[in-house]
Design a binder for this molecule. Structure first.
Ligand code: F6R
Length: 610
């Protein structure tokens, strides 16, 4: 999704802005632009379609020299991918704006502004903001007042940064529904949509809240809340590592992040287990008060995080005696739902900023839940700040668009939640201890899973020329099959569908022929024999099968059956262990196909618009 960087300094800012944009590339984008105010108080702007490197090349050829500037990577929503639609957008060559989000009433505003004589050069909703600020500044004379007046007229979501040639050392920013963080420097200040963009230049951050407007110059930051009252927001020292932006020895972030899973899970468990059980405080200080009231869990999430929620529903119902339903956030937020008494609303989100999940969390506050918990990877995100409880997944920054370590750490957190809730619902000490022991073996089991990489690299060549594929799983491995299919389609662009194996004969079996590879996730659990029958059903129809099975499951390799032996593990943690070979398969297939693994086409890392 779009990225924003802004800076006001004594030094030339274009390099800082370009570096910031590069660090936000992982979010997904299709064009980029940068504007500065030069020493003659004139706006200079360069925009390019494609990669930030194109923009950097253009700026190298024709440098932009100025000490205050804004930059943006755009992920098209309103209007095609053209240079004219790329940000920043200008009004009268005096006001420049970069914006993340969607302005829902942009058409009405556009008509009003056109009637006032404003001429539009793009199809974007953002240009409306630029002209509106320009118009309001004529009335109020001052940029800050003009931005506040504009914000009051905008419907929808925005994180916006504004420059004005009449105030050449000033940035005014506004946040509503799209995150913005101020980076505090010494004699210089910055702004970005994600702190990662600013880590090389500062570690001190102010996270703006919903409705905030901030007035920033080199030495001063003034913030006004949604009621236009001056507020002090805390300056937080970031612990994120500067290197989170680097690929290290790996060819892609995705591969690096797959390999980081054992350590990410180890970090997620650390300090949260004692006396053979899970500490309630892992979910937030004083979490016991809420957790002990809970008899039903409603999980809301999108994409990969939704799959984590689906696995959790199997765990919660079978192990914790807590009923659980899971729903896609974009569905939940627009329907009338029934809330069972004693319910906990759980959101799962790597970024903590996904627009639909955040909207669902906000909606839930009016619906009568006992409270809310988020399972999240970004401590400073909106979801963490707005939930009653938060479990931090400690995966470290995830850059690859395809979620890997965030998913396995979410699952780890959800299995811990199963224990935390289960103990108030009669889960025996013995069972708590059994789950905890299984969790403690996870880092080692994940290391064994990752070591299958070479085998999967070989296997990948057989997939690269396929156009379709089917993934099968049963029980809590059905969502893992869904996650495997999602990974394959998003990075290799091979069409992949997942089915609960028992569903095959109710329709999908018609798709099976010798050109349709079928991938089966088959740990050694009580459903193994049933799964074996499903495998035979498919084999009898000529399909080529790939079975990811426990060493002891006794599948035999032959012409039509490729068996990949996954390490033996406790069946409770099998969904987490079996995820890794599926991630590796997708990665290597994408590599053979030569796709853009870390930034697959049309996708964004953090989906902050609806
Ligand atoms: C797929 C993927 C997405 C995200 C989804 C939700 O690999 O990463 O499906 O899981 O966009 O994002 P978060 O977890 O940030 O809410």
């Amino acid at each position: 999704m779009c990225g924003i960087v802004g800076a006001t300094s004594e030094r030339r800012v274009s390099d800082i802005l370009l570096e910031g944009l590069k660090r936000l590339e992982y979010r997904g984008y299709d064009s980029a632009g940068l504007a500065i105010i030069d020493k003659n108080q004139k706006l200079q702007i360069t925009r390019r379609i494609g990669k930030v490197q194109e923009l950097a090349n253009a700026i190298e050829a024709s440098p932009l020299d100025g000490t205050t500037g804004i930059a943006h990577t755009r992920w098209a929503t309103h209007g095609g991918v053209t240079e004219a639609n790329a940000h920043p957008h200008l009004s009268d060559n005096e006001i420049a704006v970069v914006h993340n989000g969607i302005i829902e009433n942009h058409e009405t505003l556009r008509e009003q502004l056109q009637a006032l004589g404003y001429v539009f050069n793009s199809q974007t909703d953002t240009e409306v903001i630029a002209h509106l600020i320009h118009h309001e500044r004529k009335t109020h004379g001052d940029l800050l007042t003009a931005v506040k007046a504009t914000a009051r007229q905008l419907e929808g979501a925005y994180g916006a940064v504004v420059m004005d040639t009449r105030n050449p050392e000033r940035l005014v920013v506004a946040r509503s529904g799209s995150p913005l963080v101020i980076g505090v420097g010494i004699g210089e200040n910055f702004v970005a949509s994600d702190q990662l963009a600013l880590l090389p230049i500062t570690r001190k951050f102010i996270y703006l809240e919903e409705g905030d407007v901030a007035d920033i110059n080199r030495t001063n930051i003034s913030i006004f809340d949604q009621n236009d009252q001056p507020v002090e927001r805390q300056v937080v020292e970031s612990e994120s590592s500067y290197d989170a932006g680097g690929k290290g020895q790996y060819r892609h972030y995705m591969l690096k992040e797959i390999y980081e899973q054992p350590i990410a899970v180890r970090n997620t468990l650390e300090g949260r287990i004692a006396n053979d059980t899970v500490l309630d405080d892992a979910f937030g200080k004083g979490a016991s008060e809420l957790l002990k009231t809970i008899k039903h869990v409603k999980i809301i999430a999108c994409g990969t995080s939704y799959h984590a929620g689906m696995v959790a529903s199997y765990w919660l119902e079978s192990l914790a005696n807590v009923s659980c339903s899971v729903e896609i956030a974009s569905e939940f937020r627009y329907r009338k739902s029934y809330v069972r008494p004693s319910s906990l609303l759980v959101t799962i989100s790597q970024s903590g900023e996904t627009a639909d999940t955040l909207a669902a969390l906000r909606l839930s506050k009016e619906l009568g839940y006992n409270g809310s918990l988020t399972i999240c990877n970004v401590a400073t995100s909106s979801m963490v700040r707005e939930s009653d409880l938060a479990f931090m997944t400690r995966a470290g920054t995830e850059i690859g668009v395809a979620s890997t370590k965030a998913f396995t750490t979410q699952l780890t957190g959800l299995l811990m939640l199963t224990v935390a809730l289960g103990k108030y619902q009669g889960m025996s000490k013995q069972q708590q201890s059994a789950i905890v022991s299984a969790l403690q073996t996870l880092p080692t089991k994940l290391e064994e899973s990752v070591s299958l990489a070479d085998e999967l690299e070989k296997l990948a060549h057989e997939f690269a020329n396929k156009e379709h594929s089917i993934f099968l799983g049963r029980g809590n491995q059905y969502p893992i099959a869904m996650e495997g299919a999602l990974k394959l389609k998003e990075i290799s662009y091979i069409h992949a569908e997942a089915y609960a194996s028992g569903e095959l004969k109710h329709g999908p079996l018609a798709l099976i022929d010798d050109d349709m590879p079928v991938i089966v996730v088959a740990p050694n659990n009580e459903l193994l024999e049933k799964l074996k029958s499903n495998v035979e059903e498919v084999r009898a129809r000529g399909s080529l099968m790939y079975v990811f099975a426990d060493k002891n499951a006794q599948f035999k390799n032959d012409d039509t059956l490729n068996v990949l032996n996954v390490c033996h593990c406790d069946e409770i943690i099998a969904p987490i262990v079996y995820t890794v070979p599926l991630q590796l398969l997708s990665y290597y297939v994408a590599l053979v196909k030569g796709t853009d693994v870390d930034q697959p086409r049309n996708l964004a890392k953090s989906v902050t618009v609806e």
